[in-house]
Design a protein around this ligand. Structure first.
Ligand code: NAI
Ligand code: A1CAB
Length: 283
């Protein structure tokens, strides 16, 4: 059981995914999870209704009894959020950032006072406890902080401890990754439907196929290449499918998706690392 109080600063998709994962796992009592946002009290009420957690408007937030402060706003809001947080920060707080492209050094510098900062990159599969989550620690974090946060994150799925330099590629693979697979299924359901299948059925068939393939890989008995070869009969259907994938640049498309997301993460880090310039923000 997690011992401590956590506050989510941000009540969007990612905060909700993690709250859902934590609540479902039962590893943290509901009264120890608090969430606030910038505006939109209706959104806070909806989260309270759904998960029975604590909600507090930003202006009324009191951080004395909080242990972990989880930053879950968009990168464009980070500077304002840190400036507001600075005055309320206490030495016992550990700051966890979920933000893409924001380094621990940036947060440490902005908050000052040797703040303990952990950078976390989860994904939305946290909702069902199946996230691939990375964490990298800032320079003032203790081993005890690290272990405590790792245990908490396990409520949302698998946790990988990385050097911070690898968080960008992890973001390209796993933070953004669910979207690539949703995109794949969007196309599978379209082609299935066009061939006369019920759309929902085509969706389920595609998803079950991804799930099965992922589980085969996780068993670790064979490499993805060996597994692919087992599916592929000479001059059979799979060979034709794979030929088409190669002919249409499937491998390149996958590589470029991961690398483009990774580049964007790096670009955002560089933007926030340098003194104020024109914006590269996302909406
Ligand atoms: N959506 C995803 O799949 C993932 C998102 N992330 C990161 O999580 C962060 C949040 O992403 P989403 O949930 O998708 O965004 P979102 O736009 O759905 O939610 C952002 C939330 O932050 C709140 N907010 C803004 N400024 C605030 C402040 N100063 N104090 C408190 N709350 C504030 C907004 O009111 C809103 O509730 C981003 O930085 C993103 O890089 C990381 C991994 C995956
Ligand atoms: O698209 C984004 O920037 C966020 C970070 C990783 C996934 N979603």
């Amino acid at each position: 059981m997690f011992n401590g109080n956590i506050v989510f600063f941000g009540a969007g998709s990612m905060a909700e995914a993690m709250i859902a994962g934590m609540v479902a796992s039962g590893t943290i009592p509901l009264e120890q999870i608090q969430v606030t946002n910038k505006s939109n009290p209706e959104r806070l009420n909806a989260l309270k209704e759904k998960y029975n957690i604590q909600i507090t408007p930003r202006e009324a937030l009191e951080l004395q009894s909080a242990d972990l402060l989880i930053l879950a706003m968009k990168p464009k809001d980070i500077e304002d959020a840190l400036d507001r947080l600075k005055d309320q920060l206490m030495p016992h707080h550990v700051v966890i950032s979920l933000l893409a492209g924001i380094s621990t050094a940036f947060i440490e510098k902005r908050l000052g006072n040797h703040t303990r900062v952990i950078r976390v990159m989860p994904n939305t599969s946290s909702t069902i406890g199946e996230s691939a989550t990375a964490m990298a620690t800032g320079q003032f974090v203790s081993n005890e902080d690290k272990q405590k946060v790792e245990e908490l994150l396990k409520a949302c799925g698998a946790v990988y401890i990385l050097e911070e330099e690898h968080i960008d590629i992890f973001t390209g693979i796993a933070g953004s990754g669910p979207a690539y697979f949703y995109y794949l299924i969007e196309h599978i359901e379209k082609v299935g439907e066009a061939a006369g299948l019920d759309k929902q059925l085509a969706r389920q068939m595609g998803a079950q196929t991804i799930l099965g393939a992922a589980k085969m890989i996780m068993k670790n008995d064979a490499t993805p290449t060996e597994l692919r070869e087992k599916v592929t009969s000479p001059n059979g259907t799979t060979a034709k499918g794979l030929e088409a994938l190669a002919a249409y640049g499937g491998g390149k498309a996958i590589r470029e998706a991961v690398l483009s997301a990774t580049r964007r993460s790096k670009e955002m880090s560089l933007h926030y690392a340098r003194p104020k310039t024109k914006t590269v923000d996302q909406d």
